[in-house]
Design a protein around this ligand. Sequence first.
Ligand code: NAD
Length: 471
Amino acid sequence: MSKQFRFFEQVNRSFDRAAALTKHDPRMLAQIRECNAVYHFTFPVKRDDGSIEVVHGWRAEHSHHKLPTKGGIRYSYMVSEDEVKALAALMTYKCAIVDAPFGGAKGGIKITRHEYSNGELERITRRYTYELKKKNFIGPGVDVPAPDYGTGAQEMAWMADTYQSLSAGELNALACVTGKPIAQGGIRGREQATGRGVYFGIRELCNDAEVMKRLGLEQGIAGKRVVVQGLGNVGFYVSKYMQEAGAVLVGLAEYEGAIGNPDGLDLDSVVKHRKDSGSILNFPGATDLETSSKALELDCDILVPAALENQVTRDNAPDVKAKIIAEAANGPTTAGADEILSEKGALVLPDTYLNAGGVTVSYFEWVKNLSHVRFGRMQKRFEEGAFHRIVGAMESHTGRLLPLEERAELTRGASEEDLVNSGLEETMALAYQTVRTTQNSYDGKANLRAAAFITAINKIALCYEDLGFFP
Ligand code: NAD
């Protein structure tokens, strides 16, 4: 069986294990598990040297139980039908866990991004969007892509612009894609959202007295030794927020290699070194590891795979020393590795919960686009006026004037970014508690991955029950 085939299988194996613990009708479980639609297409792209190349693209819509469907677009030479189906399925469960009102989807283009010029990438992205639109696989109420591995705000801007030019007069056209630049209808905080959400999730776990006691770790993030694999959008921001909270980055890995230092690596200095020298290796004071994947086996408390799927496998799981594997990436731990880690007493904080911060803030962006008004615009000044009146009343009662700086901080109204970050924090904290409550109701029979799946399955099942299906 090839690796390509296995990812969707892996997701479904986790689904089946969790589903077996529920009492839902097997026909309903089969409906939830299936991928509802997949579109595979090819199109020609003119390279800068005048040659023509045939490019493969996919979009998988895993579940139509809620519409639109939602999920990122990936640019990677490893993209395949199996991969987009697996990632789309994870999106379905993720959206359910954090109450984002979407079915799951995922798309991808099979290219090695750095081999293409900016102009070529623009032509590929625009043509991909055109093909999706032609078959009704994109639209504010149909299917809403977002950034993923190998894509970012630039690609989303091209997609939104292409979609808009094909749908003259469609008032909500900008809501066809999220993760856009601010000037193109994006939302403040989206770029950082997945990494920030991962940080909130790890923080919830580290503050969970019962779990930390079981793992033999102190509560809190401060002082925890952390290894991060992948310094892209997600990995960079997880590392940043973990370091700011007092964690020690003892290992960092990129595709060209990995470095370690038990005394800690300064993130910004490593990023600058990589930019200047073209490699993460040879960072002053750090040790170069034998291979990039050796970082996964470094001595640490928390391992954060933030690159790609299938990184912790049956082969290397016995050598993983971390007590917590925080799945910032999608599907980084195989089902076989899961078993080994669990036997070793390690805990996996699952992707379906942990990296849901991205889709959470994408949801906020979609709502912003549909409402055509920036969050906070209507109430910021009103709030500030009310806070000034309260502080003024306090001052006149106490006879003491607050220093200007303190007054300014106390009377600040919420900006769009404040509201986004607070909504994200609330979502991640609440979802953690929901998953843990589910886990507790299974008397030790469900690990966190199973509990997250059960949480999602129960919510999706409700949609079908409300429709009177599978009575
Ligand atoms: P990205 O392209 O911004 O970054 C990925 C990084 O991983 C790159 O720097 C790449 O060089 C590095 N990398 C690739 N192979 C590696 C290897 N073998 N070892 C070490 N580093 C390697 O992608 P991203 O958006 O940060 O996505 C990373 C993961 O997070 C993916 O699994 C993605 O599906 C998941 N995710 C992303 C988002 C999002 O909002 N971007 C949301 C949820 C989940």
